[in-house]
Design a protein around this ligand. Structure first.
Ligand code: HAM
Length: 424
């Protein structure tokens, strides 16, 4: 017997789970389109080189990569941003910037499996490319907040924790960590919540930081007030940009969702400005969503410097959160009609009625099991049908069928021709 379980870390979606996934996708697609984002997609297979980075990003070590029969090094995509960069570079000359694009790809990472992290997930991505000013961050944050609100989440349930990589750069420069090490140091700093402080300090020292520098860094990272930081740092560009963004968000009416948090780094080395994640106010989950500004990614692929900001919002954590809060939407199976013939000679008529009703836009199933009436009514009920159409021989000989309202448990004969004109 073959193994019937899905590959470790991947999921099967039975119809009940599929309804939930479709609901989530619909929320993502609706809010994206409402905010003027256009949908795009790429193939799940990419050239491996797209993900190879010098900075030791975790993601580059988690690739599902292989050589194809033509000797190409390929990988299943672990994230969408490099593919997006590839698309933009392909049409850089003809695109009218800024562009606002979204996508809902399935991504694969060979992760150590913990709560909220799997080896496959769907990840809604929305990005604005070609906009330098923080209005792009504001639009991006408003989009993801509106998605959370559409799912029934409020300020009691989630926060956007935000920082700016330039603040972290300013801190590292101030304590004399050479610029070339900043990205790698940040990849390590991102592990702060996941590994003990001593192990983290050791990793930083292995990165050629001195014990004194590690101590100074921890001192800075204990500050939670932007103004206090501003007084202590020479380079305050990141702080000013963040304050500007916060002001915009306040004017737009979203202030309560935002919280400055110096511990937010995000693990991807390509972020250059704002970095943010969504979590519960007490941060008790893995990030529901993560993103930031990445102004140099396209230039690392050989293009010009194109400013970009966006996020990835996975399906796994948010569904865990909604489940815990008992906010799963009611998603019963739904059908307008189920047609029930009682003899083989009626099958053709059942198919004909189904075809006509479907043409009129109704959702229609037929039950050809020829089981006992009680069993078929039970199945009609389980199918979520609003009405059952019963093909009793007596009524049929009179060109009629019996329609049963499954909610009211009432039934009446109806002329077949009337059925079509009255179908909604
Ligand atoms: P990321 O922080 O690696 O960013 O992932 C973004 C989100 O994807 C996470 O917050 C989480 O919701 C989900 N996610 C990531 N890995 C897993 C996993 N193994 N299992 C379940 N969910 C996961 C990126 O991927 C960036 N490319 C996002 C981005 C777009 N930045 C700018 N534009």
């Amino acid at each position: 017997m073959i193994d019937l379980q899905p590959v470790k870390g991947t999921r099967d979606f039975f119809p009940d789970e599929m309804r939930l996934r479709n609901w989530l996708f619909e929320v993502w697609r609706n809010v994206s389109e409402q905010a003027g984002f256009e949908e795009y997609d790429t193939c799940v297979l990419e050239h491996e080189e797209l993900y190879v980075r010098k900075t030791g990003d975790e993601i580059s070590k988690q690739l599902y990569s292989f050589e194809d029969k033509g000797g190409r090094r390929l990988s299943l995509r672990p994230e969408m941003t490099p593919s997006l960069a590839r698309l933009v570079l392909q049409q850089e000359k003809s695109l009218s910037f800024p562009i606002k694009w979204f996508s809902m790809p399935q991504c694969f990472r060979y992760e150590r499996m913990t709560k909220g992290r799997r080896r496959e997930h769907f990840q809604w991505n929305a990005d604005i490319i070609g906009q330098h000013e923080v209005v792009a961050e504001a639009e991006i944050l408003m989009l993801l907040i509106s998605a959370c609100e559409s799912m029934g989440l409020s300020t009691n349930d989630f926060r956007v924790f935000i920082n700016d990589r330039r603040i972290l750069n300013a801190i590292l420069s101030q304590i004399n960590v050479p610029q070339v090490l900043h990205s790698e140091v940040m990849v390590i700093m991102d592990k702060r919540d996941k590994i003990p402080p001593e192990a983290l300090s050791k990793m930083l020292e292995e990165m050629r930081m001195t014990t004194k520098q590690v101590g100074q860094l921890n001192e800075y990272l204990s500050k939670s007030d932007l103004e206090e930081l501003r007084e202590n740092l020479k380079n305050t560009e990141g702080i000013e940009e963040l304050q500007h963004l916060m002001k915009l968000m306040e004017t737009a009416g979203y202030k309560n969702y935002l919280q400055f948090d110096i511990s937010i780094v995000r693990g991807l080395s390509y972020y250059t400005g704002a970095v943010f994640e969504v979590n519960s106010p007490e941060k008790q989950h893995r990030a529901i969503c993560g993103g930031g500004r990445y102004d140099s990614l396209l230039s690392t692929y050989g293009g010009e410097t194109v400013p970009a900001v966006g996020f990835g919002f996975g399906d796994v954590v948010v569904l865990d959160v909604l489940k815990e809060l008992e906010r799963f939407p009611e998603l019963p199976r739904k059908l307008d009609y189920t047609i029930i013939p009682f003899a083989n000679e009626q099958i053709g008529t059942a198919l004909k009625i189904a075809a006509e009703l479907r043409l009129q836009g109704s959702t229609v199933d037929c039950n050809f099991s020829m089981k006992k009436m009680k069993k078929m009514m039970q199945q009609a009920h389980e199918s979520g049908a609003a009405k059952a159409i019963l093909l009793f021989p007596d009524e049929l000989s009179d060109d009629k069928v019996v329609i049963r309202d499954m909610q009211l448990h009432e039934q009446k004969p109806v002329r077949i021709t009337d059925l079509f004109s009255s179908a909604e």
